[in-house]
Design a protein around this ligand. Structure first.
Ligand code: KG4
Ligand code: ZN
Length: 346
């Protein structure tokens, strides 16, 4: 292919029907139709509602993305779609739609990993290639520390959460504090009004023995229990102080472990990706710590941290440019796809 590939990315792993279009590493369109309001009263995403919402939103969202990009379907060189991990019914809508599109256009399809896409989207805002880097991936369903040697071919898992994901912990604590859903942005806002040192909440897996045996793993369930107990035992609690102290505990552990991974591996580059990377406090602490240890920090803009189609299109575009093989048409969505599987190949 002589020109930069035009790739359409389709993301339906959770409650966003998201379509992105890129040319090479230039963003041409990024349209998101979210069903979050339909789930809010249940306090979490209801899979059946999400799948139906994807079906309704798919065609109008593709049309809007094409309109924004000033392109037609004939301009598309490849189709990329989230193949996993995620809610199976939701993924199936995206994979079926993308497969139909690729078949109709006679273009290759790339079934890509949602988590690798979160990391790849950083390349829309930073020119330098992702050379070996440590990636802290923090979303609603996953929290992992990764070593990324090549975003199109080599991701190694250094550690992951033993229980809740970081975003899940934000969502659960927000729910018990009646702050609404999704909880991350709500706690982020509330925490700005509070004192982050008011309550000394536990930092999971940071005892000296943990640094020996599980240096890059996380555990947030003890923190969740500690916050719940504190709320029960303290009728006149100050909501903003609880939010700020809880957020500080999570951010502290995430950044400490990410920096430790950089220092232990000698890799002086850190990418932070996924919905929780939009957290304002996390972005500040990460920058402070990376400056201190001379680590080059890359975090996508907050809008690009949460689920979107541009991230899927970007990974697709990188795979095309690296001449990686496309996926076999008819591949199946994989709700528990491993983070080390970057795309599905034959
Ligand atoms: O990556 P993402 O959009 O979807 C998944 O792949 O899961 O991440 C969603 C998660 C939710 O748990 C949400 O509460 C959290 O990211 N989140 C945040 C913020 N914005 C979104 N957590 C903390 N602070 C934020 N500002
Ligand atoms: Zn995500």
């Amino acid at each position: 292919m002589k020109h930069d590939p035009v790739v359409i990315g389709i993301e339906t792993s959770c409650d966003e029907t998201a379509i992105g279009i890129v040319r090479g590493r230039t963003l041409l369109a990024n349209v998101i139709a979210s069903s979050v309001e339909e789930h809010a009263r249940f306090g979490g995403v209801v899979p059946e509602i999400a799948s139906r919402a994807h079906l309704e939103a798919m065609l109008p969202t593709i049309e809007k993305a094409l309109y924004d990009s000033k392109l037609t379907l004939a301009d598309i060189d490849a189709v990329a779609v989230t193949a996993g991990p995620g809610l199976i019914g939701a993924l199936l809508v995206g994979v079926a739609s993308a497969s139909g599109l690729a078949l109709g256009l006679g273009k290759p399809i790339f079934g890509v990993n949602h988590l690798a896409s979160h990391v790849a989207v950083d390349l829309l805002s930073h020119d330098e290639p992702i050379k070996p880097t440590i990636a802290l991936l923090v979303s609603g369903g996953h929290s992992s520390l990764l070593q990324v040697d090549d975003i199109t071919s080599s991701i190694t898992k250094l550690g992951e959460t033993m229980d809740d994901a970081a975003g899940e912990a934000f969502d659960k604590i927000a729910r018990i504090m009646n702050l609404g859903f999704p909880g991350g942005p709500a706690i982020d806002r509330e925490a700005k009004l509070g004192n982050s040192t008011a309550i000394d909440f536990p930092r999971g897996l940071t005892q000296s023995s943990d640094w020996q045996t599980r240096p890059y793993d996380f555990s947030f369930s003890g923190l969740k229990t500690a916050v719940a107990r504190y709320l029960e035992a303290t009728p006149n609690f100050v909501r903003s102080d609880v939010a700020a102290s809880f957020q500080e505990a999570i951010v502290d552990v995430l950044i400490r472990k990410a920096v430790a991974a950089c220092r232990a591996t000698g890799i002086d580059s850190l990418v932070i990706a996924g919905g929780v990377a939009a957290n304002s406090r996390l972005r500040i602490v990460a920058q402070e710590q990376c400056d201190k240890f001379k680590i080059a920090l890359r975090i996508p803009s907050p809008l690009m941290c949460t689920d979107n189609g541009a991230m899927v299109a970007t990974l697709g575009s990188l795979l095309v440019s690296a001449s990686r093989p496309p996926s076999h048409i008819g591949f199946e969505a994989d709700s528990s796809m491993s983070v080390t599987t970057i795309s599905l190949t034959l």
